[in-house]
Design a protein around this ligand. Structure first.
Ligand SMILES: [Zn+2]
Length: 262
């Protein structure tokens, strides 16, 4: 993982495995480089809170220009386990809120189209990139603790395999900065987290959601060596990242993956 500050106008984190795929662009943008005012300073990617719509539009335009894709698509994220596969026909039916297309509410976006950036908005939750270079299926998954409990990561891999021919064995994955085991305290875990995940406690009440995601992706057929983690905690890194746990009212970072048009 490298931080590409010098080359790009906006700081973003990229993954080594995904950077090696010809034609693929991706990045987890930080909180810096946008125009939103506190508490959304500054590159807030979410329309959902009371940030200025004009500021969010400008921020997303900067993100779109930085990745160099023609269109961005996002969904209202609902902490569920639905997958939106966006194909050539369905893309024309989406609503538009410039500079993004808005897909129906879902927590995983997938496509095999070129020129379309899949956007997930995060502040402690994981954005999980998937890319199968051969089938050209890519996905961007939003997985907070509720997503982990529902195994949206594994379900997305299986859905894309069964319906669209994704090959898990050759699929690469990248997991964004997110709530780390250092800060993932769940005092009510007995009610919130199912017992089969209690083994992922690193000490009483503290859970390693990175390890849960690794386990879920491997169980769905992705090779351990193909999974890369930013391994950066957003709570500890709130100077660089938006963190809901650390700040309460705050912005959301944009994480984007897409195929360049040729
Ligand atoms: Zn931490």
């Amino acid at each position: 993982m490298k931080q590409d500050i010098a080359v790009q106008s906006l700081p973003r984190l990229t993954f080594g495995n995904l950077s090696g795929v010809p034609g693929l662009v991706h990045g987890v943008f930080t909180r810096h480089g946008g125009v939103s005012l506190p508490p959304y300073e500054s590159l807030n990617a979410s329309w959902g809170d009371s940030d200025s719509p004009g500021a969010v539009r400008e921020n997303l335009t900067r993100v779109k220009n930085a990745v160099g894709l023609e269109r961005l698509v996002s969904s209202r994220q609902v902490h569920g386990d639905a997958v939106n596969f966006i194909g050539k026909e369905s893309v024309e039916e989406l609503d538009e809120r410039p500079p993004t297309l808005i897909a129906p509410p879902a927590d995983a976006l997938a496509t095999n189209m070129s020129g379309l950036g899949l956007v997930i908005k995060i502040a402690d939750c994981q954005s999980i990139f998937l890319a199968d270079p051969q089938s050209r299926i890519i996905a961007n998954i939003h997985s907070g603790w509720r997503g982990s409990v529902q195994n949206i990561a594994g379900k997305t891999v299986r859905y894309l395999k069964d319906r669209f021919g994704l090959n898990p064995a050759q699929t690469l994955a990248g997991v964004s900065p997110s709530l780390g085991p250092c800060c993932a305290q769940f005092v009510n875990y007995r009610h919130e987290i199912p017992e089969e995940l209690w083994a992922f406690q690193v000490r009483p009440q503290y859970f390693d959601f990175w390890a849960i995601t690794r386990d879920q992706l491997i169980s769905a057929g992705i090779g351990e060596g193909n999974i890369e983690f930013a391994a950066r905690c957003t709570v500890c890194g709130k100077a660089e990242f938006f963190s809901y746990r650390a700040e309460g009212s705050t912005g959301r970072m944009a994480s984007v993956i897409g195929w360049k048009s040729f």
